[in-house]
Design a protein around this ligand. Structure first.
Ligand code: UDX
Length: 450
């Protein structure tokens, strides 16, 4: 089929999970597949609907008319939020898709849904539409969740203080404290894990990761009996600006321009993690006593119980760091990490932040909060060896030491060097003949067979 002189291979319907860390990789996947000849429709909830200016205009949108609110997210209960999205969206998405099928003249060749929007898998199967699962985090995380039923049966999942430092049987590199837990009842987490692990009738699992980072591809293929395609890092392959749900404050880039090379520690805990007022205070004084310039993202709502973060910053902190500190509510993170002035990233280790940092060769200080962040932190520190972890309760002296060690001291030299080496390996994955390059071609072939 040809449209406006372009060979068209059919229409794809993408169903992202409407959260920052999930939406941008899905839109990037859409942008890449559009460049390979597919038409792209994104089915998105009214909740967190992206502004038209934040995505390319070749993407058309199908609105799911939900009434979701962010009250679960504000209370820190991400798992209940995800379960309720699926329950509420299932009939609404189905109606929208039926209408689309009736109205569009293009063949829908595949529904690609975020693994957390598992209701879309059921709908696709019911409507006899081909489908694929898209995972926005690591395969090691998927592999770990696949072991949950067995670990639960053995009584290992509920936190046992005596075991936290022990290695998990069957999960190389991970200790019990690295399990991807959330602050929620175990039954809710098990329900979400069960649903998101069920690949239903999907013909492949696509993952925003790379062979050089993630090990368990062949074991997963055997276990789930579908191809696993690792095609990341999408941020480096897609030709589009990052889609941000919050407005990015670019003034910090001109501030970075004035700092010397590799001197700035960038601090951000992503779009969902929350800290308390005491932790904020320790972070502030830790940064102050590190004596390094810092760029700190303080997202409104990220300190429990307060909207106005300025009021929570300790007295005297602004004054004593005004020469070498920049604080913003939300930064253009990818631009920041690519800036030559940035020499380290103090992160919660969400998968996107991890990929963004590794792709720029920036070493990390890890402060994982929940879920897969703990696994990512363990891999950053002990497998790829490109960072160090703040393991105990946040403490200003330990923070200052960690910043110095990562950015300045000779002790951190190996870590900094490893980050540069890993960046090169990641680049190779996306080049012609690289593993992600090849998997992407395979993905296009698989979809085109539908
Ligand atoms: C959530 C989960 O917390 C995480 O564990 C999972 O891997 C993905 O979903 P989130 O908190 O959103 O992640 O973190 P992350 O995956 O790192 O994504 C955050 C995104 O926001 C990144 O793409 C980052 O570039 C962007 N960001 C962050 C900004 O654009 N500006 C900022 O100031 C901070």
């Amino acid at each position: 089929m040809e449209k406006q002189g372009r060979q068209v291979r059919g229409r794809l319907v993408l169903v992202p999970c409407p959260l920052q860390g999930h939406l941008s990789p899905m839109l990037e996947l859409g942008s890449i597949l559009h460049s390979k000849g597919f038409l792209i429709t994104v089915a998105h909830t009214k909740f967190n609907f992206p502004k038209p200016s934040s995505h390319p205009d070749f993407i058309s949108f199908l609105t799911i008319p939900d009434h979701l609110s962010d009250h679960y997210l504000i209370s820190g209960d991400t798992i209940s939020f995800l379960l309720s999205i699926n329950a509420e969206c299932k009939p609404l998405l189905q109606d929208s898709l039926i209408k689309l099928v009736q109205e569009t003249e293009d063949k829908i060749v595949c529904v690609i849904y975020d693994t957390l929007m598992y209701c879309a898998g059921d709908i696709a199967s019911h409507m006899k539409l081909p489908s694929m699962v898209f995972r926005t985090n690591s395969l090691t995380t998927l592999f770990t969740y696949s072991k949950f039923p067995q670990l639960h049966q053995q009584g290992y999942i509920t936190v046992r203080e005596d075991l936290v430092q022990d290695a998990i049987p069957g999960l190389q590199h991970l200790r019990f404290r690295d399990l991807p837990m959330f602050d929620c009842p175990i039954e809710a987490l098990m329900e979400l894990a069960r649903n998101s692990l069920n690949v239903r009738t999907s013909s492949a699992v696509i993952s925003n990761t790379m062979e050089c980072l993630d090990e368990p591809v062949s074991e997963l293929q055997q276990q789930f009996d579908v191809p696993f395609l690792t095609i990341g890092p999408l941020l480096k392959i897609a030709q589009m600006p990052q889609c941000s749900l919050l407005e990015q404050d670019s003034t910090c880039i001109s501030w970075l321009d004035k700092q010397s090379q590799g001197s700035v520690i960038y601090v951000s805990l992503g779009s969902l993690a929350m800290i308390n007022a005491k932790e904020l205070e320790e972070m502030a004084w830790g940064l102050a006593s590190s004596n390094q310039p810092f760029l700190w993202v303080l997202r409104p709502g990220s300190v429990r119980g307060s909207e106005c973060i300025d009021e929570l910053l300790p007295q005297g902190f602004r004054e004593c760091t005004s020469e070498r500190g920049c604080i913003v509510k939300w930064a253009p993170q990818r631009q920041v990490l690519a800036h030559p002035a940035v020499g380290g990233f103090w992160s919660h280790c969400g998968w996107n932040s991890t990929l963004e940092s590794l792709s720029e060769g920036v070493p990390l200080i890890c402060q994982p909060c929940f879920g897969d962040q703990k696994i990512n932190a363990r891999y950053i520190t002990h497998v790829w060896k490109v960072g160090l972890e703040l393991e105990n309760d946040l403490n200003r002296a330990e923070i200052a030491r960690a910043v110095k060690r990562l950015m300045v001291d000779s002790e951190g030299k190996g870590t900094r060097q490893n980050a540069i080496e890993l960046k090169k390996k990641i680049e190779l994955c996306t080049m012609e003949g690289g593993s992600s390059y090849n998997s992407l071609n395979k993905l296009v072939e698989l979809i085109s067979c539908n």
